[in-house]
Design a protein around this ligand. Structure first.
Ligand SMILES: [Zn+2]
Ligand SMILES: [Zn+2]
Length: 279
């Protein structure tokens, strides 16, 4: 199994000369199983260049898993060119909206309404299938198994774990750690979900100094990610969902400070667009 980052930025795309090293696109990760099935985690703006890279490989099937439906995790979907080409298949899994009862199809397709996007849902020529996920459901994709756990965010957010022939990766989507109001079992359940993963791709938006002013916003810190990774015995940590106002230099500076505070944590890296990891 291997995976590639196509978008690593949080909240809003942040292109520009200060973000060229790590990248400005919002979250999207391409995963290839051992039997070369294509799993895509989130459809932020990074899914646009991913779609372009796949045009030469059509027809193909994409298994898209949406962590949650905040804009920075779905807004690239209308620009995923393979969805407009007959012969391709797009299977989309993700949470519905409990505040309205809308399923994942309706939540996603509303951003293709007339007022927001020039091309409508009927023009999606690929074979489209939608599956509103519930916590604990398990989906098999080729030789891989995808399981989920609801994590801490203002809207339902699934962390996904992909296991394939003894290798595993976990992607948190957006995730704030339980605080004093939550039962301690909650944190333990998350650690167990991470347990032994070869790769942990984890929301590390804030520094520990920034966090108190952002409590309840639904994001993690570098320090908490490293502490949890050590506790869960993961192989390597991929710190992601970079704060959109943070330059490359600043990102590397604050990350290095956090890493120095946790010398016994597993190896960790800041995610970068274009980075590919073989498990
Ligand atoms: Zn986000
Ligand atoms: Zn979010």
């Amino acid at each position: 199994m291997h995976f590639t980052f196509w978008g690593v930025r949080g909240s809003i795309a942040a292109p520009g000369r200060h973000t060229v090293r790590h990248g400005g696109n919002t979250t999207c990760i391409e995963v290839r199983t051992d039997d070369d099935e294509l799993i895509v985690l989130d459809a932020g703006t990074g899914i646009f260049p991913l779609g372009q890279s796949l045009l030469s490989q059509m027809p193909f099937t994409t298994h898209l898993f949406i962590s949650h439906t905040h804009w920075d995790h779905i807004q690239g979907l209308p620009f995923f060119a393979p969805a407009f080409v007959a012969g391709n298949t797009l299977r989309i899994h993700g949470p519905g909206d409990p505040s309205t009862g809308r399923d994942i199809r309706e939540v996603l397709m509303r951003q293709m309404e007339f007022a927001y996007f020039p091309v409508g849902e009927p023009e999606l020529e690929a074979d489209m299938a939608y599956h509103t996920l519930h916590e604990g459901q398990c989906i098999d994709v080729g030789q891989a198994r995808v399981t989920n756990l609801l994590l801490g965010h203002p809207v339902p957010n699934f962390g996904y774990r992909i296991d394939c022939n003894g290798k595993s990766l976990v992607f948190t989507g957006d995730h704030e750690w339980p605080n004093g109001d939550d039962p301690p079992e909650r944190r333990q359940a998350i650690i167990e979900f991470f347990r032994g993963a070869d790769a942990l791709i984890i929301d590390s938006t804030y520094t520990r100094e920034e966090y108190p002013a952002k409590r309840g916003w639904g994001h993690g810190t570098f320090d908490d990610s490293l502490i949890a990774a050590e506790e869960a015995g993961v192989g390597c940590v991929y710190l992601t969902h970079h704060e959109p106002t943070r330059s490359d230099d600043e990102l590397e500076r604050v990350c290095a400070l956090a890493q120095a505070r946790h010398p016994t944590a597993p190896p960790s890296l800041l995610t970068q667009e274009g980075m590919t990891v073989e498990l």
